[in-house]
Design a binder for this molecule. Structure first.
Ligand SMILES: Nc1ncnc2c1ncn2[C@@H]1O[C@H](COP(=O)(O)OP(=O)(O)OP(=O)(O)O)[C@@H](O)[C@H]1O
Length: 612
């Protein structure tokens, strides 16, 4: 048992989940109890002033599993989001959300977990790998402590059987089942041992057996001393009875709050008795629904029920309880892990994902091998004639283009696939945007260095480029700078563009501009003034010039009297290049790499922070 872990919670587990939990492997650490209350919440759409929640109040206690129910559009998710202070862009919120009587605002994130309806994972990882990395982001302390938490949570949530299965991507690659994915979401949240757990539609899309197992898990989590709230759609009768309390919303108002048994009596007293052998939840939701073409009658019925609740015994009890809440201590909540741990975990996750992504490592390496052979065969043993010199320059420019295009379009997916997960994890307080940006960018460096290197090394001697050791090394360094410029530019485009489609649509034309001013297609000294400035933003130009200077500073088989500075300068001057620019070109490419990354980081930070 770890320090601080108690046996307060002895959760046993159905054997068909892949194992049972022995008593002395009781699950989670004990938590400080939290009473969550909300008073007079009003939520409006800022632009249209449409009211989504109207004077909604309630209370959820520790040790209770509470269900938020109501017909579609009743305001369940809006209430949950308001309690968690998430996804409220475009909405104005009034009223109080109190944690043990204290207003905490966004700091509620530190004491709560939010299992959102949309499951976001990294599908190439196995369940265990994913949880281990989550533990590194959520749990301070030793590796042993984290791994133990992972093992316990895996066991408690019945994920042992699938711990080594890849998670998969819905609709693309089959992985774990829907029920396992739901439980994995809770498992992530439970790693940090929150005293409050919010779940949005935990049973949606599951069959009745899976739905029951998920609610059972939530019930056990709640009965361990936690406060658990979840929205739920039409639970079966046996599920309904598992909740300790239920809130029914209708048209953004509270229609009822109390126990499932009380709800049946309440609706009976409001003139809506539940027929024998009928699912009470179904009956109540149906009673509170606004049916198309019967809006007026339905709204009158809802008004009457809400008024009956406010004026009746249940409403009065709620009012008294809300008034009697005393201001208590607020638990400190989860601490952020050190930045270096964040980066290590995120780099590990991104590197595993890149490595297992078939469209990255394998595809890129095969592509570059083919392109290396193609360039080599196209320009095989080019002779040193005037046509040959022009062909070699063509080959150099082709290398610049090949290092640029496939890198940019490979890396432009940098963000879109991760973005929703990053927004969620950032606002969960797991890591900073800086940690994510640096580790994700670094995770691409090995791939987008290796592939270019492979291509250049394959074609270098086939073409017959100048091959003194210093020239080969310089060519490799220049190619590396070219590929990293493209990579940084792709990262920047991907983070500042609102979508993948926009990034791709911008990328194509911009690369065309940069390549046209790169020196091969038009002499950079003869470009019209209104377009000439673009060459100074183009790594095509710097890369091509640097490769040409390096290539023509000496050629294979000729000594300095046969091929000297004059011959070099003649070749270079035909492109308006200057031999003195070799280092400046490289320094400028390096500076552009830093600049692109900086803009990319600022763009990402701006977008992520705005999308809470
Ligand atoms: N950001 C928003 N801007 C405008 N309208 C919104 C916004 N969020 C929610 N709504 C509207 O508020 C109403 C309540 O939405 P909400 O998602 O809370 O309902 P719900 O009870 O969770 O429904 P469901 O069960 O179908 O998920 C809906 O009519 C929805 O269209």
């Amino acid at each position: 048992m770890l320090e601080g872990e108690t046996q307060s919670l002895l959760l046993t587990e159905p054997s068909d989940y892949g194992g049972t939990c022995s008593l002395n492997e009781s699950i989670l650490e004990s938590v400080d109890p939290i009473t969550l209350s909300w008073k007079n919440l009003q939520v409006n759409v800022t632009k249209s002033n449409r009211q989504l929640l109207n004077n909604v109040s309630g209370i959820a206690r520790p040790g209770e599993l509470m269900a938020l129910m109501g017909a579609s559009g009743a305001g369940k998710t809006t209430l949950l989001n308001t309690l968690v202070q998430r996804n409220l862009n475009g909405l104005s919120v009034e009223g109080e959300v109190l944690v043990n009587g204290n207003e905490m605002g966004r700091r509620i994130t530190a004491v709560s977990g939010y299992a959102q309806q949309e499951e976001l994972f990294v599908g190439t990882l196995t369940v265990r790998e994913y949880l281990s990395i989550q533990a590194r982001l959520r749990v301070c302390g030793s590796e042993e402590r984290r791994e133990r938490r992972v093992s316990i949570v895996l066991r408690q949530l019945g994920l042992l059987k699938c711990q080594h299965t890849r998670i998969g991507v819905m609709g693309i690659k089959k992985g774990i089942s829907g029920g396992e994915a739901r439980r994995l979401t809770f498992a992530c949240e439970l790693l940090s041992n929150p005293p409050v757990l919010f779940c949005d539609e935990p049973t949606t899309g599951l069959d009745s057996y899976m739905a029951e197992s998920v609610v059972n898990v939530l019930s056990r989590i709640a009965h361990s001393g936690r406060t658990v709230l979840c929205t739920i759609h039409q639970p079966a009768s046996q599920l309904y009875a598992l909740f300790d309390s239920v809130v029914f919303l209708a048209g953004g108002r509270t229609a009822f709050l109390g126990s499932p048994q009380q709800s049946i009596r309440f609706f009976e007293s409001a003139g809506h008795p539940c027929p024998h052998d009928y699912n009470p939840a179904d009956m109540i939701i149906h009673t509170l629904a606004v049916i198309p073409n019967e809006e007026v009658v339905c709204r009158e019925r809802i008004d009457a029920i809400c008024a009956h609740f406010t004026a009746g015994e249940a409403g009065k009890i709620l009012e008294t309880e809300l008034k009697s809440i005393e201001v208590g201590e607020v638990p400190t909540g989860r601490e952020a892990v050190p930045i270096i741990t964040q980066m290590g975990a995120l780099f590990h996750r991104a590197a595993l994902d890149n490595w297992r992504n078939p469209s990255l490592y394998k595809a890129k390496l095969i592509q570059k091998i083919i392109m290396g052979l193609f360039i080599g065969l196209l320009y095989l043993n080019t002779p040193l004639s005037s046509i040959g010199i022009s062909n070699i320059n063509g080959a150099l420019f082709y290398i610049v283009a090949e290092l640029t295009y496939s890198t940019l379009f490979g890396i432009i997916t940098f963000l879109p696939q991760d973005y929703p997960l990053v927004v969620r994890e950032y606002h969960d307080g797991l890591y900073s945007v800086f940690s994510y940006f640096v580790s994700k960018s670094l995770s691409y460096v090995p791939l987008f260095t290796l592939d270019g290197l492979v291509m250049v090394l394959i074609c270098y001697w086939m073409v017959g480029f100048s091959s003194s050791i210093s020239q080969v090394l310089a060519a490799i360094l220049i190619c590396l700078l070219i590929e990293q410029s493209s990579s940084a530019f792709g990262v920047m485009l991907s983070t500042i563009s609102p979508s993948y489609a926009v990034a791709v649509s911008l990328g194509g034309p911009l690369l065309t501009l940069l390549s046209l001013t790169g020196g091969l297609y038009a002499n950079v000294g003869a470009l019209p003034a209104y377009i000439s400035w673009i060459q100074y933003l183009s790594w095509f130009r710097y890369g091509f010039e640097a490769l040409a200077i390096n290539q023509w500073s000496a050629v294979n088989g000729l000594n300095s009297t046969q091929w000297g500075d004059q011959a070099r300068d003649e070749v270079l001057s035909s492109y308006s290049f200057s031999a003195s620019n070799l280092w400046i070109d490289q320094i400028l490419m390096f500076s552009f790499i830093l600049l692109f990354y900086l803009i990319g980081f600022l763009g990402l930070a701006f977008r992520v922070k705005r999308s809470r």
